[in-house]
Design a protein around this ligand. Structure first.
Ligand SMILES: [Zn+2]
Length: 434
């Protein structure tokens, strides 16, 4: 079983500079290979006697010309560009399999990262050895034992992390304490409601820090507009292609501040989710959840923030891998099932149920229902009829410092990259851009 542990790093200035440079090299290699892939593919379409593009060939091609054309690439480990191109191969494989979208170019400053294969680094206590760089301090030592598969170094705000993927072998955890089933309704008002009647109140991280976030992003966008006006572009007009806005030192500082705040909110949220999913999988063997159409719901602006706050995808991802480890199972109910408006006692479905209604009385049997708890109660029964899902996911981020480990294009771990892509997409998308 593959498990990823994400650990914060304490690099010195030289090391942080090296990380930034290695990420830049990885990004360059990835983008070079993607452009080249597209070019070679078009050429192949026109003339089928030409070879089709492949990551293996592209790695060879870049190796052959980098010394002459991109000598700065030699300043960092050669593993960084190599792994990036291998990741492009994975991205294409995921795309063909229908698991992911067509690969996109990487952007500077948006999830900067680079990866190392396991023969290129070593871990000793709370230190990691990076090629051409030496030992870098980690905030804690690796929590898992097993074969180390790969590492991805990534930056969130101004903090560097290393995500180490470990093959822990087949060592399932103890089975759930209570072998029973529960329904979980991930709600808008509470983090989750269980069919046992329990309600888990979320941290509402976003709400608590929202004011500050709003203020910061407003001041940032004002600076942005002012910069545009200084260049003679209307404040709300798009920036013409090829034009680069000058970024002041103050704007840089404000942006860094905002990113740190985003990261903090994400950490609080992630922490609450991990606690909830660990608790649920420890206590229940079968957990029924609803397959909410989160994408559709995000279009509803009033609900959007609350839903994003709850990170539903991430909740489901954690639940599935954690249940899988304990031999439990997660049942996903049909998204069209009206779970919150079906009476869990007699099965009556009242005609209308606006989202604002938090409590209702069944017109038939007179039971007073809490909206979320009632929805949760409907789920297990429904789940028993549904086929069980295989929940053995291949990579999980157990002890992430933050945000689903963010290794959305991580090297050797294909199924996970799609999974994590999904789970990080909602929050990261919002965070990646100011
Ligand atoms: Zn009823």
């Amino acid at each position: 079983m593959l498990t990823a542990h994400k650990i914060a790093l304490n690099p010195n200035n030289a090391q942080a500079t090296y990380f930034a440079r290695a990420s830049g090299t990885a990004r360059f290699a990835y983008n070079w290979a993607l452009a080249e892939w597209q070019r070679q593919y078009e050429a192949w379409k026109a003339d089928n006697s030409l070879p089709q593009p492949s990551q293996r060939a592209l790695r060879r091609q870049l190796n052959a010309l980098k010394r002459e054309r991109y000598p700065w690439m030699l300043e960092v480990t050669k593993n960084a560009p190599q792994m990036a191109i291998m990741q492009l191969g994975d991205a294409f494989r995921n795309f063909w399999a229908g698991r992911a979208q067509y690969p996109r170019f990487r952007k500077k400053g948006v999830h900067d990262h680079f990866s190392l294969s396991n023969d290129q680094f070593s871990v000793k206590g709370s230190r990691i050895r990076i090629p051409n760089l030496g030992w870098v301090r980690m905030r804690e030592s690796l929590r898992f034992t097993g074969r180390i598969m790969s590492a991805t170094l990534s930056r969130v705000a101004d903090q560097w992390f290393v995500g180490i993927t470990v093959d822990t072998g087949d060592s399932p955890k103890r089975r759930a304490e209570n072998q029973g089933a529960t329904g979980v309704d991930v709600g808008v008002s509470a983090l989750a409601a269980l069919s046992t009647g329990e309600k888990v109140v979320g941290p509402k991280a976003h709400k608590a820090l929202l004011q500050r976030q709003k203020r910061l992003s407003r001041s940032l966008s004002r600076q942005h507009q002012a910069a545009k006006v200084r260049l003679g572009i209307a404040a709300n007009a798009p920036i013409p292609k090829g034009v680069r806005l000058p970024v002041s030192e103050n704007a840089k500082k404000a942006r860094a501040k905002l990113f740190r705040l985003h990261a903090r909110i994400a950490n609080i949220r992630q922490d609450a989710l991990h606690k909830l999913t660990s608790d649920l999988t420890r206590r229940f063997h079968t957990i029924a959840i609803e397959d909410l159409n989160v994408r559709g719901m995000l279009k509803n602006p009033r609900l959007a923030r609350a839903i994003a706050d709850m990170s539903f995808f991430e909740f489901r991802r954690q639940l599935e891998y954690k249940a899988g480890r304990r031999g439990g199972r997660v049942i996903v109910a049909d998204r069209w099932f009206p779970s919150s408006k079906t009476c869990s006692v007699c099965g009556t479905i009242p005609e209308k149920m606006p989202l604002a209604v938090r409590q209702w009385t069944c017109p038939d049997c007179g039971t007073l229902h809490d909206r979320d708890v009632n929805a949760a109660r409907n789920l297990p029964a429904l789940g028993l009829a549904a086929p069980s899902r295989a929940t053995t996911s291949s990579v999980e981020c157990d002890a992430c410092g933050e945000e689903g480990s963010g290794v959305s294009q991580s090297g050797n771990v294909k199924p996970a990259s799609t999974k994590q892509e999904i789970s990080t997409k909602l929050p990261l998308r919002r965070f990646g851009q100011v």
